[in-house]
Design a protein around this ligand. Structure first.
Ligand code: ADP
Ligand code: MG
Length: 700
């Protein structure tokens, strides 16, 4: 077997193969932003299919990362070709032409000869080949023989490299096969070599990184897998540098700010501990220990408290808030939605009353009069704690003396951070997230935060038992649900995800509620919760469910976060295959919050109708309740960039980074970013062009 064993000869861009022609004029980055419809042979329908894959410009195409490369296949001489297995051949182009077949289809044929034998080679829809394969040039082809013709899957016009051996395989769609994508990438690839490189030359040199253009070229047409990997690493470096620049800038600003030192814990937090109906877990204790250290300093705390749903973060967050109160200052708890803010308030209010701490709720759903009163109390320092939505607290509350802010479930703290900094004083900030993000990713996304992780839930918690049935057996799921309801438990039924609009989703939830009231759940009290309900109504439904006046809550994903009813021990998720893994995990976190055994029943379409990834998601959920493990699975199934966490963080997609493998690269990008930020002069234009958006991206 003649697998190519050539050593990589640097980047293919260094030795420009015969047949390359430099495009006329300088190719500016703007040219790479033109619509793909401007490429020859790309019509409206193809353009639409491309758009569905997120590919709208040549730049997008170039950024479409192959998820793997074809394995090398044996090399044969043309004279020895028999059978139809995939092989590599080399030869000289004797003739080449392109002709139109039916419709849009064009066929390219070249005669390839070597050692006295020749064979017609066939391509489809690549009219530019005629220019790229001049007669007399040497080519290397990968493909197979069918009816006396060599059908080319990949080709290479360079003598020295073996790019045809490692044909890229792109993430494709049903309507748009990887082969077609390969052809299109091929069409735009020449443009890339003339792109300016935004990375300062001395940095590129020190990091021993290839130019961006060469890296892109190597990514799509590597001469070896090592070359592809080096290209990918350069592109990953750029991505990571963008992120780290944003973080570094933010970090530098923060270092200039000052926060009040809160000293050591006092009597209030002692009483708080005693008032809790349980003992804190060792994980919670160590989180609190870290907070105490932070809060004693005058450097504003920036800590991320990460823990799976139900791991007991809120208890820790309230501790931080009470530390502020104990020191005579104020605390604020900010949630991303009204429902969540209300939930937090319900949890906290009672405890605060017992401790003699005045806590007020601030949401836009409140009557204006009530809200104004709360604002006045906070301004005067009569109320010590505020619970509300981000928007409201940040924009409409002037605190008497805010010392600790807890930001829940969100990563949109940048803006607020800036405002708080403008006076040079900053509160200590604790960010909470229940989105399990693998540690590697956390460093990328929260590189400027200290991370505290609550890895284990309270011990009295039993893992939720999850099972997966297909629709044909959904009546079985409802039978199990009814049995548990008869035992006095409560349940959630999650309605299918409807992407069209919140309105149609709400309507579907209401219809489903009616259907269940008449059908499977006719002997039970069924309520409905969705995003179109007014806050008052929503609160009422939630309160009734909490008070056990309702047995079942039919809901949209609004219950995804925050809802905490320990007696609800069973959940049915309809059409579970439509949800993302992280989302299903969040949903499931609504049960299993008490000491009782809880169940989650996933109902999906027939297994044959599911994609491989869809099946893998549901299997993973059945297998484990560990959020971090699921996050890793998600990472594998979807690629790092699409992880919920990064999207929430508003970060540009991480397309090229492989977080686990790229840890050292990440460290280098951090160092480089700090250097760039500290350099006296402004970044030069090219760097700004590529990296200028970094700040906003990381803060959005
Ligand atoms: P998270 O905010 O991480 O989702 P919560 O703080 O809301 O989790 O806690 C989930 C549930 O577990 C709550 O009902 C809470 O009262 C309870 N809980 C928290 N800490 C403990 C503990 N140490 N022991 C027992 N139950 C706890
Ligand atoms: Mg919580």
């Amino acid at each position: 077997m003649a697998t190519p064993t050539r050593t990589p000869t640097g980047f293919s861009g260094l030795d420009r193969p015969a047949g390359w022609r430099r495009p006329r004029g300088f190719v500016s980055p703007a040219a790479l932003e033109r619509p793909l419809g401007s490429l020859p042979g790309v019509g409206a329908s193809l353009e639409r299919k491309l758009r569905k894959l997120g590919l709208e410009t040549p730049a997008d195409l170039l950024g479409h990362r192959p998820h793997r490369y074809e394995e090398a296949v044996p090399e044969l001489r043309i004279g020895d070709l028999v059978g139809e297995e995939e092989v590599v051949v080399t030869g000289i182009v004797e003739s080449v032409r392109s002709r139109r077949a039916r419709g849009r289809l064009t066929i390219q044929k070249a005669t390839i000869a070597s050692a006295g034998a020749s064979i017609p080679a066939v391509w489809f829809n690549q009219p530019w080949l005629v220019e790229r394969l001049p007669v007399g040039s040497e080519v290397r082809l990968r493909g197979h023989v069918r009816r006396g013709e060599f059908h080319v899957r990949a080709y290479d016009v360079s003598r020295v490299s073996a790019t045809a051996d490692f044909a890229p395989v792109y993430p494709a769609s049903e309507e748009l096969p990887a082969r077609r994508l390969r052809e299109l990438v091929e069409a735009v690839l020449p443009e890339v070599r003339f792109l300016p490189d935004p990375l300062p030359a001395r940095l590129a040199e020190r990091e021993r990184l290839p130019s961006r253009g060469d890296a892109l070229h190597a990514l799509h047409r590597p001469g070896s897998l090592e070359e592809a990997e080096r290209g990918r690493r350069r592109l990953a470096f750029d991505e990571l540098l963008v992120l780290q620049l944003g973080l570094a800038r933010r970090g530098r600003e923060r270092e200039a700010a000052v926060a009040p030192s809160l000293g050591t814990p006092g009597e209030l937090t002692e009483r708080y501990r005693r008032a809790l109906p349980f003992v804190l877990t060792p994980e919670q204790e160590s989180a609190i220990g870290e907070l105490d250290v932070d809060l004693a300093r005058r450097v504003p705390m920036q800590r991320l408290l990460q823990g799976d749903v139900g791991s007991g973060k809120t208890v820790v967050a309230l501790y931080a808030l009470l530390r502020a109160v104990g020191a005579g200052s104020q605390g604020a708890l900010m949630a991303p939605t009204e429902t969540l803010a209300e939930q937090h308030f319900l949890t906290i209010e009672g405890l605060c009353a017992d401790l003699g701490v005045r806590c007020v709720l601030l949401t836009s759903g409140l009557p204006a009069r009530v809200r104004a009163a709360a604002q006045a109390e906070l301004a005067a320092g009569d109320a010590q704690l505020a619970v509300g939505t981000h928007a409201l607290i940040q924009e409409h509350v002037a605190f008497h003396d805010l010392a600790v802010a807890v930001v829940d479930e969100q990563h949109r703290f940048g803006v607020q951070q800036r405002q708080a900094l403008s006076g040079g004083r900053s509160p200590h900030v604790l960010h909470m997230t229940a989105t399990p993000i693998p540690r590697t990713l956390a460093l990328t996304v929260y590189g400027d935060l200290q991370v505290t992780e609550i890895a284990r839930p309270p011990a009295n918690r039993r893992p939720v038992i999850t099972s997966w049935v297909t629709e044909s057996r959904s009546s079985e799921a409802y039978r199990r649900l009814r049995r548990l309801l008869e035992q006095g438990r409560q349940a959630y039924v999650v309605c299918p995800l409807i992407e069209r609009s919140e309105r149609s989703e709400a309507r579907a939830a209401e219809e489903e509620t009616e259907r269940l009231r008449r059908g499977e759940l006719r002997d039970f009290r069924v309520g409905c919760l969705h995003g179109r309900l007014r806050p008052v109504e929503r609160r009422k439904v939630m309160a009734r469910f909490k008070a056990r006046e309702l047995d079942v809550l039919v809901a949209t994903t609004v219950i995804e976060v925050g809802v905490d009813v320990p007696n609800a021990t069973v959940m049915i998720v309809q059409e579970a295959d439509r949800f993302g893994l992280a989302q299903l995990h969040q949903l499931r976190g609504r049960v299993g919050r008490g000491a009782e055994q809880s169940y989650c029943l996933l109902v999906s379409r027939a297994k044959e109708e599911l994609t491989g990834a869809g099946r893998a998601r549901l299997e993973a959920l059945v297998r484990t309740t560990d959020g971090f493990e699921l996050a890793e699975v998600d990472l594998e199934l979807r690629g790092e960039g699409q992880l919920l966490g990064t999207r929430q963080a508003g970060l540009s997609e991480l397309r090229f980074t492989r977080l686990r493998a790229d840890r050292p690269l990440l460290e280098r990008a951090r160092v480089a970013a700090l250097e760039l930020v500290d350099e006296a002069g402004p970044l030069d234009d090219e760097v700004e062009r590529l990296f200028g958006g970094a700040d906003d991206a990381a803060l959005a």
